[in-house]
Write a protein that binds this ligand. Sequence first.
Ligand code: SAH
Length: 448
Amino acid sequence: MKKNEVLVLEAFDTTLEGYGVTRHSDLVIFVRGLLKGEKARVKVIKTYKNYAIALIEELLVTSLKRVAPVCEYNLKCGGCCLGHLEYEEQLVLKKHYLESLLIKNGLDLAVKDTVASIPNLRFRNKIQVPVQNGKLGFYRAHSHDIVEAQDCKIQSKNAGAIIDFLRPHVINNLKLRHIIIKEAFKTGEIMVAFVSLAKEDEYLKTLALKLKDQFKMITSIIYSYKYQDDNVILGDEESILYGKDHIVDILEDLKFKISLKSFYQINPYVTPLLYEGALERIKDLESKNVLDLYSGIGTIALFAAKKAKSVLGVEIVKEAVLNAKENAKLNHIKNVDFVCEDAKDNLKKHLKGIDVVIVDPPRKGLHQDVVELLSKEGIKEIVYISCNPATLIRDIALFMERGYQADYLRGYDMFPHSKHIETLVVLSKLKTDKHTKVKLGMEEFDRN
Ligand code: SAH
């Protein structure tokens, strides 16, 4: 197989990254944008030891599942790699992906149908736009090159208009690294942040005032100063150029303050479904004490607290914990508290008297100490929300080795058209509890 070789190939599968899987002799060739069942004349662009990558030159057989791409930058910008696949099929693909990952890891678990995002366009309440070498746009897949996509269809109209307004003013600003826009879809409040390597920027200060005059929904403009030119997006020091240091959003019947540094789920259409799905799995929540690890601004914790006996949230980002405490007050919820800590640090102490633990870790999944302690302390119910199926399945396997059963595995399509999946699973300890055993007089059967 050589670079630039032209072949006619048929895809027998589609990957989550939107590549058609084809075979030529003994080699697997991934064809960008080719769907299962499609045939195309393709050109090989890269060869590796065991596989090659090719691009479509001409589509010869078209799948019925192919649709007009969500936008003209489809497959160029790294975001919507599935934008040319019918939305219902994206949901099926994500379910199959979870199933195949489970099989690869030797786990025999059923996966429920993926929960759809309605709508599946203009759902993002946050965008982070890199500014680099006179360009402002989105990253190309597997690269730090910028594609200057205009009117990205998964971002809001407001965010697009703000970026268009800012583009000519900031495009040649050599110290500006990112523009971040956070929008509260329910209240309409918008935060704009300039992340820059310059300690101060008089031009951006003036621009901020023009910006807020132009867009009345903007209630917060923040300057975020970054000490170092590294891969971290957010800066180290913040100052307010206009308005407040946060925006307020409403999810169902609860209000949430959100600061620049605080995490907030990016798809407000799917978020309530995910939280509801998670909390519905907990039986007799009214009588339970809940620990919410990786609690962010306290979203899940506060929804849980409306029913539960008590909730404690643990979160490492100081600003998020401050938001969470204020959010409890804002919603007059009293049976909840938050601490700013690494989830693993005081876990043993926090687990005293806890009946159920909710975890929602970042992409790297749970720290091994967290898995160990939750199982050692005999936590009977763990509701696990994950934004990375690979680490989720690694952790499910660890819990299963420690006497847990996993149920209700379900993907939530928080990120339509992209390769990402949010997943929920419920883990329950199989061991009969001591109380039941004593009652039944079966202590001798306790093999754990
Ligand atoms: N459950 C929340 C937040 C989930 S995102 C929600 O649904 O909105 C994961 C959160 O974990 C982020 O807020 C992040 O700041 C926090 N986090 C990351 N590492 C952590 C750690 N080691 N200990 C505690 N929290 C951590």
